[in-house]
Design a protein around this ligand. Structure first.
Ligand SMILES: [Zn+2]
Ligand SMILES: [Zn+2]
Length: 139
């Protein structure tokens, strides 16, 4: 795809990163592990190669690096202070998987599709729902 540089951070700001590399793919993943890891209907994962594409600008010592024990390569790296998912370097695919919601800069690429659709939660991303600029009235 293309060469990009993006920056991101966690919810509390303790961890900041920059990634420079080649975009490989950008998918919304509805698999069960992504749902559990994010607490939402799907993860939005931007994949950039190579695995060394990431520079931790600060807070690398705040990272918790978790791997699902019975998985081949499912990792969840997160800030130990705020719990926000952070990018992880995945040697098995020689790439960095960036949780796109952690980005502070707009990536110059768009999601290509939804994967593991057959694993989705029934309520996730099926209907056209009304949208509100912020909270809906009365909330
Ligand atoms: Zn944090
Ligand atoms: Zn997934």
């Amino acid at each position: 795809m293309s060469q990009i540089t993006v920056k991101g951070s966690c919810l509390c700001g303790a961890v900041k990163y920059e990634v420079t590399g080649e975009t490989k793919r950008f998918y919304h993943c509805h698999c069960k592990r992504c749902r559990k890891a994010t607490g939402t209907g799907h993860a939005s994962n931007l994949v950039v190669a190579p695995q060394t594409a990431i520079s931790w600008l600060r807070g690398e010592d705040m990272l918790v690096r978790y791997k699902v024990p019975d998985s081949e390569r499912f990792y969840n790296w997160f800030c130990k202070q705020c719990g926000a998912s952070m990018p992880r370097s995945v040697a098995e695919i020689d790439a960095v998987i960036i949780p796109a919601g952690s980005l502070d800069t707009e990536p110059p690429v768009s999601p290509q599709g939804r994967i593991f659709w057959d694993s989705r939660a029934e309520w996730s991303c099926v209907d056209e729902l009304p949208t509100y600029a912020e909270y809906p009235p009365g909330v």
